[in-house]
Design a binder for this molecule. Structure first.
Ligand SMILES: CC(C)[C@H](C(=O)O)[C@@H](O)C(=O)O
Ligand code: SF4
Length: 415
């Protein structure tokens, strides 16, 4: 078995599993957010006829998509969540503290765990060696009954990223390139395991960007074998974790794909699909109306640091807007302490409370015909405001460099 199959077997309580098999597993945590929790609760109480969740410390509820609430419907769905939290004595209900995946990584996820979430980007936790995946509302509601679910053991694609990471190139460029090559359905129901010297060199933040976007190729799980960087990351949060470093040499893979990252250039995903990717040079100079730095993809401190280094002492172009949304309160506080927020504000940016915000279209909406250059992970029609708007995806460095000129610009020229 490969690492992914080992984690599944352990949670299924069996010695071994193989791709294609359907197994019942015990999950370590279930995460839900305000995108669908009210629906989960309705299914749990009214369709399944249940009263209390199986474990008040393992169901984690997060209000992040529409917080502070922007519609009466959002306010009512938050009200249902808060009341359910009190009724079930839930230990972890986060109310406007950050984007769900970021909070999970900062406070809950541990290597080797199996986690399900009512959100497609739950696959992000592979960055610290956990196996995690998004599920629909019915499956999530059923898991609340006894902490169990079922899954089909996926085949695994191994992606090896070797080579030196060029200046101005980030995990975001690599995953956009990978999705362009694989297409949006290339990893459907498959697990994607990343390894290689470039992955080893990456911070947990960068590894999270890689894993986060695996769902954009249809992936079931993303996974990176945990190492000392994971230990340091956990220790910095006051958590000590124990895991096995031993090399897994007998694993089988459906496919092994190699990249030399030293050949990768800054990438842009163009409207309206995530796999519609080109080298930045092909769209360089395109005029943009709105810029967004944030989301579970690229709203971490390391992302803000890259953007601030570019924006320091500069101002954004006239007639454009830049929205910066730290992905969690901890990131927000650190960015304030370290002077990053001041750099952004002096450059002319608006800073918003940690939330999904301009990634999900709950703020920062586009008008008709407007273009957004965003660090988020999806560029679907109408996701951020007008259906006649256009969304381009890129790294924080590209967004920061472009906000200064008002046009898609190459960060390598200003770094
Ligand atoms: C609201 C939620 C169900 C959704 C998801 O599953 O991904 C959202 O987070 C998104 O990014 O589109
Ligand atoms: S930040 Fe965007 S991609 Fe991430 S959970 Fe929120 S809406 Fe989904």
């Amino acid at each position: 078995m490969n690492e992914i199959e080992r984690i599944i077997a352990k949670h299924a309580g069996v010695d071994s599993v193989k791709p294609g098999e359907i197994v019942e597993v015990e999950v370590d945590l279930v995460m839900t957010n305000d995108g669908t929790t009210a629906l989960n609760i309705d299914i749990f109480e009214n369709q399944l006829g249940c009263d209390k969740v199986w474990d008040n410390e393992k169901l984690i509820m997060i209000m992040d998509h529409y917080i502070p609430s922007n519609t009466i419907a959002a306010a009512n769905s938050h009200k249902i969540m808060r009341e359910f939290g009190v009724k079930n004595n839930l230990k972890y209900v986060y109310d406007g503290v950050g984007v769900c995946h970021q909070l999970m990584l900062e406070k809950h996820v541990e290597p080797g765990q199996l986690i399900i979430g009512a959100d497609s980007h739950t696959c992000s936790y592979g960055s610290v060696g956990a196996l995690s995946t998004g599920m629909g509302s019915t499956d999530i509601a059923v898991s609340w009954m006894d902490g169990r679910t079922w899954l089909k053991v996926p085949e695994t694609i191994k992606i090896i990223l070797d080579g030196e990471i060029p200046k101005g190139v980030y995990a975001k460029d690599m995953i956009l390139k990978i999705i362009a090559d694989m297409t949006a359905k290339g990893a459907t129901y498959k697990a994607v395991l990343f390894e290689g010297t470039a992955v080893e060199a990456m911070s947990i933040s960068e590894r999270t960007t890689l894993c986060n976007m695996v769902i954009e190729a249809g992936g079931k799980f993303a996974y990176i074998k945990p190492d000392d960087k994971v230990r340091e990351y956990m220790a910095a949060q006051g958590r000590e974790v124990d895991f096995d470093d031993e090399e897994c040499t007998d694993g089988e893979y459906e496919q092994i794909i190699n990249y030399d990252v030293s050949e990768i250039e800054p990438q842009i995903a163009c409207p309206h699909t995530v796999d519609n990717v080109c080298d930045l040079s092909e769209v360089e100079g395109m005029e943009i109306d709105e810029f967004f730095i944030g989301a579970c993809t690229n709203g971490r401190y390391e992302d803000l640091e890259v953007a601030a280094a570019i924006l320091k002492g500069k101002t954004i172009a006239p007639n454009v807007r830049l929205i910066v949304t730290p992905a969690s309160r901890e990131i927000y506080k650190k960015a304030a302490r370290e002077g990053l927020l001041e750099i952004f504000m002096d450059a002319g940016a608006m800073i918003s409370n940690p939330s999904c915000g301009t990634c999900f279209g709950s703020e920062g909406l586009l008008g008709d015909g407007e273009r957004l250059l965003s660090t988020a992970n999806r560029n679907f029609i109408g996701r951020v405001g007008s259906k006649d708007g256009f969304i381009y995806l890129a790294s924080p460095a590209v967004v920061a460099a472009s906000a200064i000129t008002g046009k898609i610009s190459d960060p390598r020229e200003v770094l």
